[in-house]
Ligand binder design. Structure first.
Ligand SMILES: Nc1ncnc2c1ncn2[C@@H]1O[C@H](COP(=O)(O)OS(=O)(=O)O)[C@@H](OP(=O)(O)O)[C@H]1O
Ligand SMILES: [Mg+2]
Ligand SMILES: [Mg+2]
Ligand SMILES: [Mg+2]
Length: 441
């Protein structure tokens, strides 16, 4: 029997090289012990717990703070949020005209391609294109088709309008407007394969495109992965209000046909950007930079922390809106057996990760249909933000999500569970085990 520390800094129990399960407490080590792990690779095996205490490996922690990468990433996501807000408003006024279907029937819009081109261009300009490797959701196949000619034109226009605003965000604009070829290049450059070694960015230009086209919640998610670990994450949530109280208001606002008068723009503070750096023990939230409000960079940022609620009867869980993306009936059964009494918060996109990191909800669960493989860009940024805000994220077997295997979260056990704390998390994981066999998943 051996105890290993996983890359997620939780404990794992192994027997003769067979994984048994993760520890129940999901200890969140930091500092010196974290350094040992980073120095010795993804897992470090200790035959007995004593080794942890007596280990002579406790050397000073090296500083690798990714501050430049984080700074550029936050600015790029702020800029992308402003792009999306404009496109969302115009899509809604065009009654959905401008939404394309991909081969798997999922929606894609001008915003998805434009954000991908813009962020790709900014990262390349900031760090040098030969140093930047990106995995992102969109490709140019659909965009290059003859019938998408009008859309391609709109994408080029949107990217250039957006990049013209870059200096307001402390970023460089191109000297001349980008041409169609450059925009297509910026999109198609995001074709890294990822994997266990080296550094790459992962981008979901619009996560929750369905929410986006419905005028509801969506997110822009950018993360940096190094040697298979997510080292920083940024989540832009343009419709997620700075203050939780406005969330309900926002929901009603979008679901009601008759328009309510929104609160005054100052108190509304619609939209936020969350970010975190691995190992810092901190996660931060900025308000959106509203270009038309004449705000200057840098915005104020405040720390966010997960909820302290660990009593299931007081906890709220969130999950995808669409039943096709996660089984509502399975989570309903889980909620019942764990003693979760509140109505689930169903929200599009990685805004769910934001809700947990900010303490607006306590649990996030996603159980996709068998055969669906989760993609790294749908989780990377959210995972590091929740972990640094004090929460726990694992698969349903209690193991860390593995970002080192390419574009998919290979080996994911049943589903993704994120919680504000270890107590709640363990209860959910146990309940999954207890009810899985009788589920139809
Ligand atoms: N069949 C299936 N099962 C599970 N997940 C799927 C599936 N199809 C797509 N996707 C991915 O889900 C992303 C949206 O997840 P959400 O949690 O926002 O779902 S929901 O829109 O609230 O229902 C969505 O991200 P975006 O494409 O960026 O919107 C997809 O990557
Ligand atoms: Mg997505
Ligand atoms: Mg997307
Ligand atoms: Mg998509």
């Amino acid at each position: 029997m051996a105890i290993k520390i996983s890359h997620n800094l939780g404990l794992e129990i192994w027997n003769n090289n067979n994984f048994i399960r993760s520890n129940k407490t999901h200890l969140n080590f930091s500092g010196k012990l974290g350094y040992c792990l980073s120095k010795f690779g993804k897992t470090r095996s200790f035959s007995v717990m004593e080794d942890l205490k007596t280990s002579s490996l406790l050397a000073p922690e090296p500083v690798k703070n990714y501050s430049q990468e984080l700074d550029v990433a936050v600015r790029a996501v702020q800029l992308a949020c402003s792009l999306c807000q404009r496109v969302q408003n115009s899509l809604i006024s065009k009654n959905g005209d401008g939404v394309q279907s991909k081969d798997d029937n999922s929606p894609v819009t001008i915003a998805d391609w434009s954000v991908q081109a813009t962020v790709s261009w900014i990262l390349s300009e900031s760090f040098g294109s030969s140093n930047v490797s990106i995995i992102a959701e969109e490709d140019i196949q659909n965009l290059s088709k003859a019938k998408a000619g009008g859309i391609l034109k709109d994408v080029v226009k949107t990217v250039n309008e957006c990049l013209a605003e870059a200096p307001r965000f402390g970023l460089k604009s191109p000297k001349m407007a980008l041409g169609t070829t450059e925009v297509l290049e910026a999109i198609s450059r995001c074709n890294s394969l990822g994997g266990p070694a080296g550094r790459f960015w992962t981008l979901d230009p619009v996560d929750g495109t369905l929410g986006f086209v419905r005028g509801d919640q969506y997110a822009i998610a950018l993360a940096l992965i190094e040697d298979g670990e997510v080292v920083l994450g940024v989540l832009g949530c343009p419709n997620y209000p700075m203050r939780k109280e406005w969330l309900n208001y926002h929901h009603r606002y979008h679901r009601m046909i008759s328009k309510l008068t929104p609160p005054t723009s100052e108190s509304w503070d619609k939209g936020c950007v969350l970010y975190a750096r691995r190992g810092s023990g901190e996660a931060w939230m900025q308000p959106l930079l509203h270009v038309n409000k004449n705000l200057v960079w840098p915005n104020s940022a405040k720390p966010v922390r997960v909820s302290t609620i660990d009593n299931p009867s007081l906890a709220t869980f969130c999950e995808p809106v669409e039943k096709a993306n996660s089984s509502h009936s399975f989570t309903e059964g889980l909620a019942h057996s764990v003693g979760l009494r509140k109505q689930p918060l169903r929200v599009y996109s990685m805004v769910k990760y934001t809700a947990i990191a900010r303490g607006d909800a306590e649990i996030f669960m996603k159980f996709s249909k068998a055969g669906y493989k989760e993609k790294i860009w749908d989780h990377a940024a959210g995972v590091v933000i929740i972990q640094e805000a004090g929460g726990v994220v694992t698969d349903a077997g209690g193991r860390p999500l593995d970002f080192s295997k390419g574009i998919y979260l290979e080996g994911l056990d049943r589903g993704v569970v994120a919680s504000a704390g270890a107590n709640l998390h363990d209860k959910i994981i146990e309940a999954v085990d207890a009810s899985w066999d009788s589920s139809s998943l």
